[in-house]
Design a protein around this ligand. Structure first.
Ligand code: NAP
Ligand code: MG
Length: 402
């Protein structure tokens, strides 16, 4: 079989630890034999980030703006322990944070569904994609610990000289205070990213806040979503046969438990933080969650939702066998390849990515899987494979479909 040709390179962001090992195995076994893989390579491994003063991360984000589609391996976000371990010049920022800020994107997380790994919620038949607003609110708060009686005010001083002042509370004794904010620009970007992604997946979009209680703050989110929907997306949604649905957050939580899935659930920052962990653990495994960063102007960065699986990497370094699940990383590649195929009109490339996804799922459904899945599967007579052999088993299934 002739290798599939590409026209535009993917931005390839390599990463750290066990996922870096999987990254190479995936390329060698599942991609390079079939595709004349064109990538612009950026090594976001911590050593190289340190050598380049993290310039490589910024460059990889710029390349994503140039080419439109990136695929990223999990990377270490440095902490004190990593400073010593890698002898870092500085505690470099989270690459995901840097890339998200550069692309002004929203992160969408979707579980990969396979037979034998059943969601805890038995009526969830299709994946639920969670979209989390990644700016502001309690994540950019200002807090004061109040030690005694006094008045707390919320004050805004406009550059035009206007001043707005509201009494927050007349404290009779000690307590706490918190100030939070968001911007119309960020909320609008979030809204557009959600509407675009719903059109892309052809799935309904739900959005929920607590606007009955937060009559200005949360109501502003609701209004911005509504205005943008009415002005820019209503017709497109009608044509695609999908719906935009706004409700209260408590109503959304109650409904989500009763739904069949197959929808996108947009959440404010805190709701998204909490609900994405609930949704992913209820669907089965962190190693089966895909993640894509979508910018309002249509740039895409695909990755796995999990980290670098450090514990497995240390076993690997000691020469011990690992059984690390490569599914979410494989799906990061297939997501990026499909998108590249779609943008460049290379049907073969998208079709190949589809076959690779199907082969991955079929391999697990045939009972061949990594240890993390073997622990939670309802399938019997399961064969637990090591990291390398699991990828080889997928290759065998894939070859049959080509
Ligand atoms: P992690 O890498 O997600 O792993 C946590 C645990 O989850 C693992 O120890 C393992 O459990 C299980 N697990 C996760 N992915 C798995 C897979 N593919 N196959 C099998 N088991 C899997 O999180 P972490 O250990 O907290 O973080 C490690 C590093 O990753 C940190 O330096 C952090 O900064 C980074 N990180 C990066 C990203 C990103 O780049 N997007 C996201 C999160 C964290 P067992 O050990 O029980 O087998
Ligand atoms: Mg969280």
């Amino acid at each position: 079989m002739a290798k599939i040709q590409m026209t535009t390179p993917l931005v390839e962001m390599d990463g750290d630890e066990m996922t870096r090992i999987l990254w190479k195995m995936i390329k060698d076994e599942l991609l390079l034999p079939y595709i004349d893989l064109k990538t612009e390579y950026y090594d976001l491994g911590l050593e190289h980030r340190n050598e380049t003063d993290d310039q490589v991360t910024k460059d990889s984000a710029e390349a994503t703006k140039k080419y439109g589609v990136a695929v990223k391996c999990a990377t270490i976000t440095p902490n004190a322990a990593r400073m010593d371990e890698y002898k870092l010049k500085e505690m470099w920022k989270s690459p995901n944070g840097t890339i998200r800020a550069a692309l002004d994107g929203t992160v969408f997380r979707t579980p990969i569904i396979v037979k034998g790994i059943e969601p805890c919620v038995k009526n969830w038949k299709q994946p639920i994609t969670l979209a989390r607003h990644a700016y502001g609110d309690v994540y950019k708060n200002t807090e004061i610990k109040v030690n005694g009686p006094g008045q707390a005010y919320l004050v805004f001083e406009g550059e035009d000289g206007t001043v707005s002042k509201e009494l927050i509370h007349d404290f009779k004794g000690s307590g706490v205070l918190q100030g939070i904010h968001n911007t119309d620009k960020s909320i609008s970007s979030f809204a557009r990213a959600c509407f675009n992604y719903a059109l892309e997946l052809k799935q309904d979009l739900w959005f929920a806040t607590k606007d009955t209680i937060s009559k200005k703050y949360d109501h502003n989110f609701k209004d911005i979503f509504n205005e943008i929907f009415e002005a820019e997306y209503k017709d497109k949604f009608e044509k695609a046969g999908i719906e935009y649905f706004y409700t209260l957050i408590d109503d959304a939580v109650a409904r989500i438990m009763k739904c069949k899935g197959g929808l996108i659930w947009a959440c404010k920052n805190y709701d998204g933080d909490v609900m994405s962990d609930m949704v992913s653990s209820a669907f089965g495994s962190l190693a089966m969650m895909t993640s894509v960063l979508v910018s309002p102007d249509g740039l895409f960065e695909y990755e796995a939702a999990h980290g670098t699986v450090q514990r497995h990497y240390y076993k690997h370094l000691k020469g011990e066998e690992t059984s690390t699940n490569s599914v979410a990383t494989i799906f990061a590649w297939t997501g990026a390849l499909k998108k590249r195929g779609e943008l460049d009109g290379i049907a073969e490339l998208s079709a190949f990515a589809d076959k690779l996804e199907k082969a991955t799922i079929a391999t697990i459904e045939s009972g061949k899987m990594t240890k993390d899945l073997a622990l939670i599967t309802s399938l019997e007579n399961v064969e637990v494979l090591n990291s390398q052999n699991f990828i080889k088993a997928i290759k065998e299934t894939l070859e049959k479909s080509l």
